[in-house]
Ligand binder design. Structure first.
Ligand code: HEM
Ligand SMILES: N[C@@H](CC(=O)c1ccccc1NC=O)C(=O)O
Length: 271
C-alpha cells in the first residue's frame, strides 16, 4: 500500500515547504480568548487570498484587452466571476456568528476596519471606482500606496474595454476615449448607443457581446457581495457605527448605488 510513497523530506521539498504553510497558517492570531474570533480572522484571510487572485486575473484581463487579444481576457474575467461566487458564499459561514459572539471581541479590533483593505480598494480602482479619499488610509504604507496609486492613475478594465470597441470601429465618443482616467467615469449617452449596437447585432459582434456580458457578470457579482456584506453587518451589529468611523450599514447601503459600468445597465432599457 505505501510502496513508492516518499517519506523523507529532510533534503527534499515537501507539500508544506512549497506552499509556505508555516507562514500561511501562523497568521491566524486571535487577540481575545473568544471562540468566534478564529472564524472572523479565517473568513478575512480567505477573502484576502481570493482578492489576491482577483487582482492577478484582472491584471491579465486588462493587459490582453489592451493588446487586442480578448480570448485570454475573457478566460480571466470568467475566472474572476467564479472567485466572486466563493467570496459571496463565504458570508454564509460568517452568519453563524451571533451579535453577542461578535461583540465579545469587537473592542479588540480598535479602529481597524475593511476600509483599510488595500486589495479590495485595488480591485475597485481597477474596475474604475476612483475615489482619491480611499488612498488616504494607506498614506503610512508607501509599499501599499504605490500599487494603489498606479491603479488609480491607469485606465480601468472598462476604459480598456471601450478602447477595444473603438479599435473595432464602433463610434465610442472621442471625449470618453480621451477622458481623465483618474476621475470616475460618468454615464455617457454615446456609450449607451455603442453597447446597444453590440447587443442588437450580437451575431456579427459576438466577441464584443461576450465582453459586455463578462463585464455585467463582474458587476452583478460585486454588487451581490456588497449586498451580502451589508446584510451580514446589519444582522451582526445593527445600526452601530463602524470601527472605521463610518455610519456603518447606511454607508454600506450607499455603496450599492454606485455602478462601475453604468451604460451596460442603461442599455437594457433601450433595447
Ligand atoms: C462581523 C463582520 C463584519 C462587520 C460587522 C463589518 C462591518 C463593516 C463596516 C461597518 C464597514 C464600514 C466601514 C467602517 O466604518 O468600519 C465595513 C467596511 C468594509 N468591510 Fe466589513 N464587516 C464585516 C466583515 C467583513 C468581511 C468578512 C470582509 C471581507 C474582507 C469585509 C470587508 C470590508 C470592506 C472591503 C469594507 C470597505 C467597503 C467600502 O469602502 O465600500 N468586512 N465593514
Ligand atoms: N468595521 C467592523 C470591523 C470589521 O469588520 C473589521 C475589523 C478588522 C478587520 C476586518 C474587519 N472587517 C471588515 O470590515 C465593525 O465596525 O465592527
Amino acid at each position: 500500500m505505501s510502496e513508492g510513497i516518499r517519506t523523507d523530506f529532510a533534503q527534499r521539498m515537501s507539500y508544506g515547504d512549497y506552499l509556505r504553510l508555516d507562514t500561511l497558517l501562523s497568521a491566524q492570531q486571535p487577540l481575545s480568548d473568544k471562540h468566534d474570533e478564529m472564524l472572523f480572522i479565517t473568513i478575512h484571510h480567505v477573502q484576502e487570498l481570493w482578492m489576491k487572485l482577483m487582482n492577478h486575473e484582472l491584471d491579465l484581463a486588462m493587459r490582453c484587452l489592451r493588446e487586442d487579444d480578448p480570448g485570454p481576457a475573457f478566460k480571466a474575467m470568467a475566472r474572476v466571476s467564479r472567485v466572486q461566487r466563493q467570496l459571496i458564499e463565504a458570508w454564509d459561514v460568517l452568519t453563524t456568528m451571533t451579535p453577542a459572539d461578535y461583540l465579545a471581541f469587537r473592542d479588540k479590533l480598535g479602529s481597524s476596519s475593511g476600509f483599510q483593505s488595500w486589495q479590495y480598494r485595488l480591485i475597485e480602482f481597477k474596475l474604475g471606482a476612483k475615489d482619491p479619499f480611499m488612498l488616504r488610509p494607506h498614506a503610512h504604507r508607501p509599499d501599499l500606496l504605490a500599487p494603489l496609486q498606479a491603479a488609480f492613475d491607469a485606465p480601468s478594465l472598462y476604459d480598456e474595454s471601450l478602447r477595444l470597441l473603438a479599435r473595432r470601429g464602433l463610434p465610442v465618443p472621442r471625449d470618453v476615449l480621451e477622458r481623465d482616467v483618474t476621475k470616475p467615469h460618468a454615464e455617457d449617452e454615446g456609450v449607451v448607443a455603442v453597447w446597444a449596437t453590440v447587443y442588437r447585432d450580437s451575431g456579427r459582434l459576438f466577441e464584443l457581446y461576450e465582453l459586455a456580458e463578462e463585464l455585467v457578470d463582474l458587476e452583478d457579482a460585486f454588487q451581490t457581495w456588497r449586498f451580502r456584506h451589508m446584510k451580514t453587518v446589519s444582522r451582526i451589529i445593527g445600526m452601530r457605527q463602524g470601527t472605521g468611523g463610518s455610519s456603518g450599514v447606511s454607508y454600506l447601503r450607499g455603496a450599492l448605488e454606485r455602478s462601475f459600468f453604468p451604460e451596460l445597465w442603461s442599455v437594457r432599457t433601450r433595447l
